[in-house]
Design a protein around this ligand. Structure first.
Ligand code: SF4
Ligand code: SF4
Length: 327
């Protein structure tokens, strides 16, 4: 298998990059920083934009980037990226981050898993780079956000970009956003930690028909009430929107719920569960987290008794079928 080198493609024509993640996860900042890095180079033309849906934090989002030594005269979405980023494993449940990537393309994945595990799980053929960005974010930024690491890993995947410029451009982006100096320094530490945490390998795990580009065939005729049908469909649970690694936890061992009902009223999805209580009116028993919880955090913020918290959650991959095929 011939591995396509993003750096040579950039030198000869247009380098096209695409990223999938979730709103609030830092995908846009990672792409903006990469765009700024290339914009700072002489004779380099850059095009970058994100694509959002109307949903809030946690919904799937996509970013696009084109870089070339010549003026770029196309403005459509990137459908055949040579380099693609998966910022959030959970985003891959709703979108094929590898769709349209040519055989031998490069995949950057923010994950604790190894390149080999990812290549097998997602059926990837080409170069796979992984980086445990959320863990690095938790350690250095006190927040499980992988944008710093994803950005550094993408520059590593492209190659030929000096580390001091890679770091300097990202930190300048943060300064523009008026981030405090101490936090900027912690971002620098996260970048340096990323450099030594990137793993990579070359694999050939895609089978015929995997990740084929689909032709856009229009939206079709949406019947009246289609939105409601979509929202209630079992395969369109907004719980898939929640960030990777977290799920809502409700715990009330001391029976402290006062029945104030703030959580019930403020949950945008109406999924707080409760039962009648003679003394308090209602007593909250939890939330249907596997239906439509998007981990917006309203209940966490609003509960005076602090009964809702964010708990750890690990994505479970069912690779039984993949193993059968690869045996
Ligand atoms: S985080 Fe809380 S308020 Fe938000 S959707 Fe989930 S249960 Fe409702
Ligand atoms: S906000 Fe907290 S105390 Fe109030 S009803 Fe909900 S769980 Fe109970």
């Amino acid at each position: 298998m011939k591995v396509l080198d993003p750096r040579s493609i950039l030198e000869d024509g247009v380098l096209e990059v695409r990223g999938d993640g979730k709103a609030g996860g830092g995908l846009v900042l990672a792409f903006q920083s990469l765009a700024s890095l290339f914009s700072s180079l002489p004779n380099t033309h850059v095009q970058e934009w994100p694509f959002f849906s109307s949903a809030r934090r946690g919904a799937n989002i996509r970013s696009f980037l084109r870089v070339s030594a010549k003026p770029i005269d196309v403005g459509c979405e990137v459908t055949r990226p040579v380099l693609t980023l998966l910022m959030d494993e959970a985003a891959a449940r709703s979108a094929d981050f590898a769709e349209g990537v040519p055989h031998g393309g490069t995949y950057v994945i923010n994950t604790r898993r190894t390149p080999e595990e990812c290549a097998k799980h997602f059926h990837l053929s080409g170069r796979v780079l992984t980086v445990p960005g959320d863990d690095i974010g938790t350690k250095h930024l006190k927040h499980p956000i992988g944008n710093v690491s994803a950005y550094v890993a993408m520059t590593e995947a492209i190659g030929g970009l000096p580390m001091d410029e890679v770091v300097g451009i990202f930190l300048a982006q943060l300064k523009k956003r008026r981030i405090p100096e101490a936090l900027i320094e912690r971002n620098r530490d996260a970048m340096n930690a990323t450099k030594v945490s990137i793993q990579s390998g070359i694999f050939d795990e895609a089978r015929a028909g995997d990740h084929a580009s689909t032709r856009f065939e229009g939206y079709g005729d949406l019947p009246i009430g289609a939105q409601t049908r979509l929202r209630l469909a079992q395969n369109n649970k907004t719980s898939s929107y929640a960030r990777s690694g977290f799920r809502l936890v409700f715990a009330d061992p001391a029976n402290a719920c006062t029945g104030c009902s703030h959580c019930i009223v403020n949950c945008p999805e109406g999924i707080i569960t409760w039962e009648p209580d003679a003394e308090r009116g209602v007593r909250v028993t939890g939330a249907e987290v596997n239906t439509f919880c998007k981990l917006c955090g309203e209940c966490i913020e609003i509960c005076p008794e602090k009964l809702f918290t964010e708990g750890k959650y690990e994505e479970v991959w069912d690779d039984t079928h993949a193993e059968e095929v690869t045996k």
